[in-house]
Design a binder for this molecule. Structure first.
Ligand code: GLY
Length: 391
């Protein structure tokens, strides 16, 4: 009898622990909305003084930082407003999302960066899904054309950066996987398979060149496009070292290949996403709350900053991957844990951080920039993970 009671108590303890890890999505969205209303007020005041700064990015040295539309993070703020509309169906958010999305529109013609997926697809893609406004679709198609100009046939990859020509010739960063969704969607909209082919070629060559045997990823691969497209160097720009695993890079890789599987149903992409997920989730370095340090190999761990943005991207990707993989349960449990940690321990104090939702992201540690601060893309993928957790 005594044993039976002990077993019952043990089970209730396990169940309450499991339940405790469940995020209260409604509450999390409500708190995020209150923060975002503060953020919008700050955006509007800043724009009165400097109208060319269109989107809030971060808090730097205690100061609210806005960016121009050509900044790689400019699309996340309007894209968040679309997520609030998606969740609430409240016209107030629809109008706000429409208004701030317009400010990024001109970047559809930008050929100077690979980041058009982030800048254009996040706001316009979500806007199109929710409104079916054909003007948004046209912007996505034009952005895909602009991005395609950065594809090099010899190397079979899209060039990421035009800057720092002294350090590399043809740099491709793992983050670039995130821009492929724009290309897949453009093929769906137009029937022009050239976008799809570029995306698949880029994703295949990235599998070939960007990963180590344990599925961790390099940050920057430098290609030689003048001869046969071979790899010149394997480097980092934002990680601890060339051979280290920069946390956000691993998250971009996971999200990227999960999305590529969605778009193509290619088993190779699913296997890649499973491998990356296993690398992330088997880490003995990441603390029990599931929020990684900014780089898995920083020798100063545990005395270094975490990266809540990497965690938010990972949680969102794992929710999607759980829908495709045989390791579904493992991914869903891990995503739930990360989301619970973010929504309880990594949110800004109410009314603080100029209205950013999450705190404790790391943008560019080697440059000592944006360390342990709020950043807009952490907020965007956090909202996305909240939405996906309900499915
Ligand atoms: N795509 C740049 C970054 O993740 O910081």
């Amino acid at each position: 009898m005594k044993l039976k009671i002990q077993i019952i108590l043990l089970f209730s303890l396990i169940i309450s622990t499991v339940n405790a890890q469940k995020t209260n999505v409604k509450k999390a969205f409500e708190s995020a909305a209150i923060q975002t209303e503060i953020l919008i007020k700050n955006v509007d005041s800043s724009r009165k003084v400097k109208p060319n700064l269109v989107s809030p990015r971060t808090v730097e040295k205690g100061q609210f930082k806005m960016v121009v539309s050509r900044d790689w993070t400019s699309g996340f703020f309007p894209a968040e407003l679309w997520y609030f509309y998606q969740y609430t169906k409240d016209k107030k958010w629809l109008n706000l999302a429409k208004k701030y999305t317009e400010d990024i529109k001109k970047e559809q013609f930008n050929r100077g960066t690979h980041d058009l997926g982030f800048m254009i697809y996040c706001p316009f893609g979500n806007g199109y899904k929710l409104t079916k406004d054909t003007a948004y679709r046209a912007v996505i198609i034009q952005a895909a054309k602009s991005l395609s100009t950065r594809f090099n046939k010899t190397a079979g990859v899209i060039k990421s950066w035009d800057h720092n020509g002294d350090k590399w010739k043809y740099p491709v960063i793992i983050d670039n996987m995130m821009n492929l969704e724009l290309l897949f969607e453009a093929t769906k909209f137009t029937g022009d398979s050239s976008f799809y082919k570029i995306a698949v070629t880029h994703a295949d060559n990235t599998i070939k060149n960007h990963f180590r045997p344990d599925f961790s990823s390099y940050h920057v691969i430098d290609y030689d496009t003048t001869t046969n497209g071979h790899v010149l160097q394997k480097l980092t720009a934002q990680g601890y070292a060339n051979e280290s695993a920069w946390a956000r890079g691993q998250a971009w890789a996971l999200y990227g290949y999960t999305m590529c599987f969605r778009a193509t149903k290619s088993k190779a992409y699913l296997a890649q996403a499973d491998g990356i997920a296993n690398f992330i989730l088997s880490s003995k370095i990441t603390p029990a709350d599931g929020i990684p340090y900014w780089d898995y190999n920083d020798p100063k761990i545990p005395h270094v900053s975490r990266d809540a943005s990497a965690a938010a991207i990972t949680a969102s990707a794992l929710y999607e991957l759980a829908g495709y993989s045989k390791d579904s349960k493992r991914y869903k449990t891990a995503a739930d844990k990360i989301l619970y940690s973010l929504s309880t321990k990594y949110v800004s104090n109410p009314g603080k951080n100029y209205g950013f939702i999450l705190d404790h992201s790391t943008g560019h540690r080697p440059a000592n920039s944006e360390v342990d601060v709020p950043i807009n893309y952490a907020d965007y993928y956090y909202l996305e993970a909240l939405l996906r957790s309900k499915k």
